[in-house]
Design a binder for this molecule. Structure first.
Ligand code: SAH
Ligand code: SF4
Ligand code: F3S
Length: 485
């Protein structure tokens, strides 16, 4: 989920997932009278949304309850993203709105969290006069004392990046939850140096969380009625955790197997996979466990070897093609999705054509597509000129979006007539007479409520119709596959 790029609005599938500035509210945690309240908005990737749940837990311990009403809040927080310029512009605009609240209600504290806080550090306090605290992704444990300091009129900054922090012992407060699907952060940071990317600078070195704490969190979620967990990291395939007691090392394939064993009715997803690191062992673990979803987000970024080299992705076009072939060979029914950047420094029309042909070849079920946005301080910004005119970047992006939409439409149309086990997530957005759920391949399915079901149930659905973003169908033997409740 990357939610700053207006062009992705063209793709309905992406919009489904791209919630702008999600607000966490108080519905799930009633606030005691007299309790101080915080309001939080989150931008950027799922890691940030997951971090906001950790922040809520830390603030809860310090006596703060969540509110959906920013006017009522004592503390307004914004968890920020730096991935593209647009993401930062969005945050600056929101800060103008928070400023107005503060002017009406002096004493309201404003805190900036996340990647933009990390990137700009104390400069933020100079640029944004009404901000009270600036806290980077590894310093959230320090929030209560920074807030206490700010209450005394002392502005605070903590952007220390840790080599160890994984927040493994903190039980996230599931704030914006549908009660069925949840995210579990399994690692933090990134050690890859993709030349366009700001993440290694804002999130620091890669470190993996204890496998036991991950399995315990998955088990706890299952016991609470959740039926799907997504294991999160910038590069999950390089997950590596050494048990300090036995010295045994757990890799990602083993972690998948461990979480799959929690319960056959708990679906396991994961994101993101770096093509260079996804191993056959991971593919076999997926194949061998029915409840590990047959869906891989495998960002290609570009279809051209020279551009991939400039991007420092460390694979070639041919190598990526081999990887895709291997996935389809081991799991013929697996869906693959991608991230794509158009108009990277020096990209020619021919090289852009190779990105288009890659989309065609890989048959992505969907893609997150962006035009290149130079980020200060990244290797690309230091070494290469951002020389592709904006209009060209955008035109190339439109071409990729159109092609991807057509492929998504074709792939979805090919599902008509097939029957899938769908995990019901809740009411469809358009009608409370319909359920919405997903197939193992992560395709959204809408079907009429006929049987006795509740969110978290599995239903067998035969597909009758489709668009580029959604499948429609009816339930076979309504109610017969109820597995919980
Ligand atoms: N860790 C993930 C991606 C994290 S960032 C991975 O390696 O795949 C999500 C996506 O944002 C990237 O895959 C890339 O497509 C896009 N992105 C990152 N930096 C960008 C930039 N400077 N301009 C445009 N898109 C960018
Ligand atoms: Fe960025 Fe590359 Fe790390 Fe992904 S793998 S977060 S694109 S540096
Ligand atoms: Fe954005 Fe930071 Fe995620 S830059 S994409 S919020 S890791």
């Amino acid at each position: 989920m990357y939610n700053d790029n207006p062009t992705i609005k063209d793709l309905p599938k992406v919009v489904d997932e791209a919630k702008q500035g999600e607000v966490f509210g108080s519905e799930f945690a009633p606030v005691q009278p007299g309790t101080k309240q915080f309001y939080i908005e989150s931008y950027g990737c799922q890691m940030n949304f997951s971090d906001s749940e950790i922040v809520a837990s830390i603030l809860g311990e310090a006596g703060y309850g969540p509110t959906r009403d920013m006017e009522a809040a004592d503390l307004i927080l914004v968890n920020t993203c730096s991935i593209r310029e647009k993401a930062e512009e969005t945050v600056r605009k929101r800060l103008r709105v928070f400023d107005k609240v503060k002017q009406r209600k002096p004493g309201t504290m404003i805190g900036v969290l996340g990647c933009m806080a990390e990137r700009l550090k104390s400069k933020f306090l100079e640029e944004e006069k009404l901000v009270d605290i600036v806290v980077g992704p590894d310093a959230y444990r320090d929030l209560p004392s920074l807030v206490a300091g700010a209450e005394e009129g002392e502005k605070g900054v903590n952007v220390f990046l840790s080599r160890e922090e994984t927040y493994a012992d903190i039980s996230p407060v599931r704030l914006q939850s549908n009660g069925v699907t949840a995210f579990i952060s399994i690692m933090r940071g990134c050690d890859n140096m993709c030349s366009f990317c700001v993440v290694p600078f804002t999130r620091g070195r890669e470190r993996s969380r204890s496998a036991f704490s991950i399995v315990a969190e998955a088990t706890d979620l299952f016991d609470k009625g959740f039926r799907e967990v997504t294991l999160l990291g910038q590069n999950v395939d390089s997950y590596k955790w050494e048990n300090p007691e036995s010295g045994e090392v757990v890799n990602f394939a083993q972690l998948l197997t461990m979480t799959a064993a929690v319960d056959p009715d708990l679906r396991i997803r994961f994101s993101t996979s770096h093509p260079k690191d996804i191993t056959d062992d991971v593919l076999y673990a997926m194949r061998d466990h029915e409840n590990v979803c047959k869906y891989i987000h495998l960002p290609v970024q570009s279809g051209n070897t020279r551009v991939l080299e400039l991007m420092n992705r460390t694979y070639t076009r041919e190598w990526y093609i081999e990887k895709v072939n291997r996935i389809y060979e081991i799991m013929p029914d697996c869906a693959i999705s991608s991230d794509i950047i158009t108009g990277f420094c020096t990209e020619t029309e021919e090289e852009h054509q190779e990105t288009l042909s890659m989309v065609e070849f890989a048959r992505y079920s969907m893609s997150y597509m962006f035009f290149y946005s130079e980020r200060p301080g990244t290797p690309a910004a230091r070494k290469f000129e951002d020389d592709i005119p904006l209009a060209v970047k955008k035109r190339r992006l439109t071409e990729v979006i159109e092609l991807q939409t057509n492929i998504s439409r074709e792939l979805n149309a090919a599902e008509v007539g097939k029957t899938f086990r769908v995990l019901i997530e809740g009411d469809s957005k358009k009608s409370d007479q319909d359920w919405k759920g997903r197939t193992t391949q992560n395709r959204m399915v809408i079907f009429p409520k006929v049987g006795q079901h509740q969110p978290g149930d599995y239903a067998l659905v035969t597909i009758t119709d489709s668009t580029s973003a959604t499948l429609f169908g009816y339930e076979v033997q309504p109610g017969s596959t109820r597995t919980n409740g």
